[in-house]
Design a protein around this ligand. Structure first.
Ligand code: IMP
Ligand code: MG
Length: 180
């Protein structure tokens, strides 16, 4: 599909599934050598990061890793509200651990910053961020990403986990909003 319509808006393809899979393989190669032997706890930020986390974890093939899930929400329609709501929290012991946050996209950076603070507050030894996508022009906070898949322009996108009002998460490619 070159174009999709979700609710009232049209989107056109901007990253194919092959582009995405290649970026994930490259991230996994880099991460594997850093994380081997560290008994890493991966934290997938739901809902958006579910597809990325599944693909990355399969590529990583770490035998001492664990994965858990944190459900947050900050977007309403096509805009960030700036306020990060926690819908499902973490039960794992964080103290003394190497933790890697798995995010679909870092936009303003508020979500990731919020999670980093929470993890440091719980005594994590080391907190790293792995984001499939990054909008450098939208960043509003002082954070550095440890692993980035693809940097993209500051446009609204859907697919591969990312939604527009709950639709589009299931699409295997990534689509950009066509501006009227
Ligand atoms: P941030 O807190 O502004 O960095 O935004 C993070 C969250 O907003 C991401 O985890 C996404 O779930 C969502 N988000 C950011 N940009 C987009 C987009 O272009 N399309 C869909 N969701 C987005
Ligand atoms: Mg997200």
């Amino acid at each position: 599909m070159k174009r999709v319509k979700l609710w009232d808006k049209e989107f056109e393809i901007s990253l194919s599934n092959a582009d995405i899979q290649l970026a994930i393989k490259q991230m996994a190669n880099e991460m594997k050598s850093d994380l081997e032997g560290k008994e890493t706890l991966f934290i997938c930020i739901l809902n958006g990061a579910f597809m990325f986390a599944a693909e990355l974890m399969k590529e990583l093939e770490l035998t001492d890793a664990e994965i858990s899930f944190l459900k947050l929400a900050s977007y309403s329609g096509i805009n960030s509200t700036g306020e990060v709501k926690e819908l499902i929290g973490l039960n794992e012991v964080i103290a003394g651990r190497t933790v890697v946050i798995l995010e679909d996209i870092v936009d303003s950076g508020h979500t990731v910053q919020n999670v980093i603070k929470q993890l440091i507050g719980k005594g994590a030894k080391e907190v790293k961020i792995a984001a499939l996508l990054f909008k450098p022009d939208a960043l509003q906070v002082d954070i550095k990403l440890d692993y980035t898949g693809i940097s993209i322009p500051n446009d609204f996108i859907v697919g591969f986990g990312l939604d527009y009002d709950r639709r589009g998460r299931n699409l295997k490619d990534i689509y950009t909003l066509i501006k009227e």
